[in-house]
Structure formats: C-alpha cells, structure tokens
Design a protein around this ligand. Structure first.
Ligand SMILES: [Zn+2]
Length: 178
C-alpha cells in the first residue's frame, strides 16, 4: 500500500473508508534515507502509523506518527550516532486541477496524472526531521577524540554555524562569469 502508486481517486477512496495502517519498514525501502545511514552497524527501522481520512474540505489527507530509530553518521567524528525521533505529520492532498483555485494554501500536496507513492512522501517527512549537521551531543562522546582534539584544539565549543560550502563556490563562479 505504501509502496503502491496511488492516484487522486485512490486516495479519495482510501480516505472515504478511513484506512488505518501500521507498518514497520527496513530503511532500505527508503533509498534517499538509506544513503544517510551508517550501514556498518544495524541500520535501524522506521515504524509508520497512518490514518487516511477526508479533511474538512472533503479532500484526502494522511496523518499520524513516524517512529524513526536510525544509526546515522556523526558529522564531527564520522562515528555512529543513534538517532530516535517521533515525527508527527499531517498532509492534505488535492487534485492538481483544483489546486490552482487555492494556490495560497501551502499545506496541500497536489496530485497530477502521474500519481504519488505515500512512501516517498513519508520519507520526505523523515528526511526533513534529521538535523543537517547531526553530531554527538558532546565531543567527549565522539569516537577517536584524541585525533579530533588535535584538529579542534580540545575545545568543545559548538562549531561555527556558517556552513555554506556553496556560497564560496558561487562567488568564485560569479567572478569567472565577469
Ligand atoms: Zn561524534
């Protein structure tokens, strides 16, 4: 069901009958998420609880909770970091042909003739919940601290947040254009 391609009519049908589902997934079912996972260790799991129902505008909606239990890579020491999170979500769908009428409502995902896969959308929810620069809470928890402290000068201050590798690049490229 989560993996199936669904069209607006399917979503409408499932929502009309208030479809409820609970499914535990292996992370390899979510290819984009799978890339972020530290596969040396146990890869973790994703538990999806979902309820499809009609919203106030009688359009399909999906809501529920995703329990993510993942082994990610610390961005400071590249060691393993356990990340557990309960992600609450609520998404409304609308037929593309109607979407233009309520363009200012950003809470909708509009469905065109190509349909959607719910798994894709739920994967997005997980991906946006993972911190961009996930790392161990404290440098003492990092692996290979001895080597790291040589680089970091044994300071456990938070790294400077200006982490925009592409802004420098675009500056350089901008200069080339001139
Ligand atoms: Zn670390």
């Amino acid at each position: 069901m989560l993996h199936q391609k669904l069209f607006f009519k399917d979503l409408l049908d499932h929502s009309s009958s208030k479809l409820e589902l609970s499914e535990t997934l292996e992370t390899r079912m979510m290819p984009r998420l799978s890339k972020m996972i530290n596969h040396d260790d146990k890869a973790g799991h994703i538990l999806i609880n979902a309820l499809l129902k009609l919203n106030d505008q009688l359009n399909p909606s999906i809501s529920g909770e995703i329990e993510a239990d993942l082994t990610l890579t610390c961005q400071r020491c590249l060691g393993h970091i356990e990340w557990s999170e309960k992600i609450e979500y609520s998404i409304n769908f609308i037929n593309e042909s109607e979407a233009q009428e309520i363009r200012d409502n950003v809470d909708y995902i509009s469905i065109n003739d190509e349909g959607i896969t719910l798994l894709d959308i739920l994967e997005d929810e997980v991906l946006t919940s993972i911190p961009m620069s996930i790392m161990h809470k404290n440098i003492e928890l990092c692996e290979n601290i001895d080597k790291l402290s040589m680089f970091l000068g044994s300071s456990d201050k938070k790294p400077v947040k200006k982490n925009k590798p592409f802004s420098d690049l675009s500056e350089i490229m901008g200069k080339d254009d001139n």
